[in-house]
Design a protein. Structure first.
Length: 245
């Protein structure tokens, strides 16, 4: 495979990854507490090229790749819902819920009370209190939640929601939707809980749509480059192989 095709193929691969990421952002634009993903690009240089010295061609040897994806944890817009089981956090922190393989962390405070009296997420994950137990409440009576996260019902305190933060948000990995997991030990978060509100996704739909169109056009251009180069190689082969009369 010639250098031009290799470079174009590398560009196509990185654009494909960008398209997947942007499509996922747009699909979760309406998911409460969702945090958008972004990419950072770099140039890949093979070990053979790096050891070749000054004789190697840096233009044809450098391949564009996505070095890593990173998540933007900036605050989303707070939306008034009027639902007493909708909770939003202001500041740096996460609710803690019980996942199938350990604790999950989320900014999505769209909770509900199940028929057996557990406070759960829409996906059925039990919401945890700061003592590690699952929060329980009576679905037939209103729930009061203070700004510090203390749950009360009928004048009786149930417990305080577990709310944590992490020293390095880069260690959080997405576990689907607005959920995250990590092996890092969490720390108590100094956040304010707002009852009857939800934090919206921080995805800007217009910005992501424009970016999506731009990446799609880049993908189309690179595809044309591959096709044109293939046609040129084919023609060159045919011309060389043609017998001289």
């Amino acid at each position: 495979m010639d250098p031009l095709t290799i470079t174009a193929a590398s560009g196509l691969r990185s654009r494909t990854e960008s398209l997947d990421m942007l499509a996922n952002n747009l699909a979760n634009a309406a998911t409460p507490g969702y945090k958008k993903d972004s990419e950072s690009y770099s140039l890949y240089m093979s070990a053979a090229v790096l050891g070749a010295g000054a004789d190697s061609d840096p233009v044809t040897s450098a391949l564009p790749v996505i070095e890593r994806n990173w998540t933007d944890f900036s605050q989303g817009i707070l939306q008034e819902t009027g639902n007493p089981l909708d909770l939003a956090l202001t500041g740096e922190g996460f609710f803690v819920v019980r996942g199938g393989d350990g604790p999950l962390y989320t900014r999505n405070g769209h909770f509900q009370i199940t028929s057996d009296g557990h406070l759960c997420t829409a996906e059925g994950h039990a919401v945890l209190l700061d003592d590690g137990t699952a929060a329980q409440a009576d679905a037939l009576h209103p729930v009061e939640i203070s700004s510090s996260g203390v749950l009360s019902q009928g004048g009786q305190e149930i417990g305080r929601l577990s709310m944590v933060r992490f020293a390095t948000s880069g260690n959080l990995t997405k576990a689907g939707g607005a959920y995250y997991r990590t092996t890092e030990t969490p720390q108590p978060a100094d956040v304010e809980v707002l009852q009857g509100r939800l934090e919206g996704s921080n995805v800007s739909t217009p910005e992501s749509s424009v970016r999506l169109i731009s990446v799609m056009r880049q993908f189309e251009m690179l595809t044309k480059i591959v096709q044109i180069n293939a046609d040129m190689n084919k023609k060159a082969t045919e011309e060389v192989a043609r017998p001289v009369s």
